[in-house]
Design a protein around this ligand. Sequence first.
Ligand SMILES: [Zn+2]
Length: 415
Amino acid sequence: MLSTDEDLRAVPLGQTFTAEIPLGPNGGTVIRCYASTSPKSKLHGDAECKALRTTSTTADLELSLSAAVGRLCTRCRWPLPTDSPVLLLGAAIISVDSLKIWIDREPDPDGDIQAERDAVLALATGEYPPSATSQRSEGDGEDEAFDDEEWNRYARARDIRQNHFTHWRRLHSYLARSIEAVSEFPFLRPWAEPLQVRLAAVLDEERRAFAALLQPDSLREAAAVRLIQTPEFTPGPEFAGLGNEAARTFRRAWHEWNLQAAWSWHRLEEHDFAVDSVLRDAFGRRRKGRPEAEAAFERLAADWIAKAHSRAAQPDETPWQLIGVKAPALTRGHYTEPDRDPLTHWESAVLATYQVAFDHTAGTAALLVPQLIAGQLATAASSTMPVARLGTPANALPAEMLLSHWQPDETTPQP
Ligand SMILES: [Zn+2]
């Protein structure tokens, strides 16, 4: 019999276990219920349930979970031992059931096709209005100074992309958690799979919308950053303001710029902030020699960008490659912290842009990518994100089939 209250947890079984859900061996778990004596009456976990008290005679029953589902009161909680297998199964069912939130939605009435199209056009030119960028370098602002409307247009476009990106990643996480639930309780599959198929369709729509707002050229250039040689510091009078910190500042600026440029979906020209902030740190409040150093670092960054551009422009030695990737779900934040995304922006953008097949039962994707991108994906591979080459270029099997044969949890041969 049940021992102390500490070993029990009150579980709203009627909210989770419905008649459509297969219970497998857990269906045999015995639960204690209270009911009125009429044959088809609701079953309650609490003898004091208000829905029960209206009848005069009650029965105290011990029933198997499978015999009880379909009649469980949705207001009651059942005291279950904390090690009851029903608790784990319930958590898995909730992981699958929550897919329904995302698949039965009406199309968003605020979804503005015109705004989406305009965002695609705007972001194809960069993150900010091109006029603003050229003004910044020419410095002859005068009356064409700030075009508010253009700035707002680009801000809107960036928002639209951000929303598609975060929604796509969130949907992917829900799917990934449901896949994990089914792998723990395989008898859930017949119920879960139709839901996963429908979620995968919504997920793919979101992926396409996000991908339309990305530039494959920028992803290729970012991948080229990894391959340019680490630059050597050449001392000169332009660095005098940094004193004996010059070489160290140079190395930090390169490191920060490299890290941001290589793992972002932005164009290489958008990362001057990385260099600026290293310089700001190094100078603190000092002014002496600062404009000269700033100008010198601007030239250095321009040189790094030019080198990466030229590396990206080199033709690949091998044809495009078919790569399998299993993207991780978002990491749940503690308490009020937001969820954290283990993927870098570059990785997310590559997954969205180059996907040619997706396996909704495994959560794996096949990407068809240029060699340069494949190389960087290989460096990003880890146990949280397995990456593998799916086939040789001579292999004529369809991507879906090659993907379905991939077992990402086993060894991952790198591309
Ligand atoms: Zn009840």
